[in-house]
Design a protein. Sequence first.
Length: 569
Amino acid sequence: MTDLTKKPWRSGITTDGMDRVAHRAFMRATGMDDEAIAKPFIGVMSTHGENTPCSMSLRPQAEAAKLGVAAAGGTPIEFTTVSVSDGTSMNHKGMRMSLVSRELIADSIELVMRGHAYDGFIGFAGCDKTLPGVMMAIVRLNCPSVFIYGGAMLPGEWRGDPVTILTAYEAVGGVLAGTFSEADLAELELHCAPTVGSCPGQFTANTMAMVSEALGLAIPGSAMMPAVYSQRLAMARRAGHVVMRILTEGGPLPRDLGTKKSLENACAAVAATGGSTNAGLHLPAIAHEAGIRFTLNDVAEVFQRTPLIASLQPGGKYLARDLHHAGGVARVLKALLEGGYLHGDTLTLSGATLAESLADSAGADGQIIRPTANPLHPSGGVVVLKGSLCPDGALIKIAGLQALVFEGRARVFDGEEACVDVVKRRAYAEGDVLIIRNEGPKGGPGMREMLGTTALIYGQGMGEKVALLTDGRFSGATRGMCIGYAAPEAAAGGPLALVQDGDPIRIDCNARRIDWLVDEAEIARRRAAWQPHRAERLAGVLEKYARLVGPANEGAVTHSGMVDWPQGV
């Protein structure tokens, strides 16, 4: 058995020797004694805070993980980092901060872990960008690590039906359309989000939680378990034991888990469940941390070959809680594995292969999860479109769509607010292709999410009667003929920058095409006359982000890629 008090660990650089007396004195000031200083240091990080229900369940789980670390012979050291609530930053310029926070989360974890030379890491995340941010940091650090999602809230109940925050967003559109009363909306507001936890559908948080299990970075069974279930505390304690086992046995490390094959597995899980389009942004970013080039083209290939088999909201019927009670992510992965849509030889946290870890799991249940031989749709619920309007790709969630082809005329807006104003006044028409540009990673900057706009359109009964195209993002809760992440973005001189009101546009999700039906001579004339959009003056974090951020189809990352740090740094 390894003697954990003899320190061959990375943290020895801060604890060992006469010239580390001041370091040890600081540690003693935090409450450590000789025994604690001699043991491996495990950073236990959460995005706990009171700014969002997504993060309010994380502190108790982190405390439980610390107990697990201590019981397994380590010294847990707790720290926190930021979280920006997509729920309350939506529909105003605060949403520019959401995607930026993903980079800040990853960077801040790196700063603490490398600055203090901790030996291992457990990361808890809850809101949309916190999950990829923590996973990016885990892969970047490549030290013994466990990822744990904090869990989704339970759905509310209103007049006998389950309701979520998406119900409320879309009801606002109903009020504007005259099909829903303000009194009912006020009542719905009181019932749609009854507990702490993240949004309960297969929106971005639950999609990325599923990704964490598919990548092998998380404990199996952790993704769909509701935030308020006490089982989460036992799972968090187990995470403490797992990270200590990985430390003492030397693996598997995050880059053993985050491989090209496991990234493809994660894409398949997203496609099979009609998950969030944001996964097409976050998976390339996680790959970037591992030194793997994995762009929207790679995502598209997996999405195309993977059937949609799970009926999860917003495109389907069921919620995270329902999938948890049916057997969780393992059942989705087992159905895909049985159908030949996963790489079974990728590793999991236990060191076993994915196929070995799923050996005792059941597959499709026929209700929430269909067999791959009888899918809801033969290709994934999320589709990458390419064509003359978006040569580097754009994303649409087709799960739940009735029609997959749309032709219309462009209605162009420079920025989200101008479009929202028109939508609120219902000053648009069936057949319009609403284009919101200059909202990309660099042009926004920050690539705002457009759920407020799309929910209004859907709530007005126009979800498939118009199309919406943007170089910004969509929420995982978005549904309708909504296409985002258009690349290259308008600020980079992409074709979106040259579109004018009235231009004909054809969207064909079956052919995975989005075409701008304007002749080449006219396009050349417009390009010659084009001037970049003049954005407002920036300062602070947005100014730095705009200077560094890359294109959406490559993950909107802000640094050059993986680096191996020497032992002890």
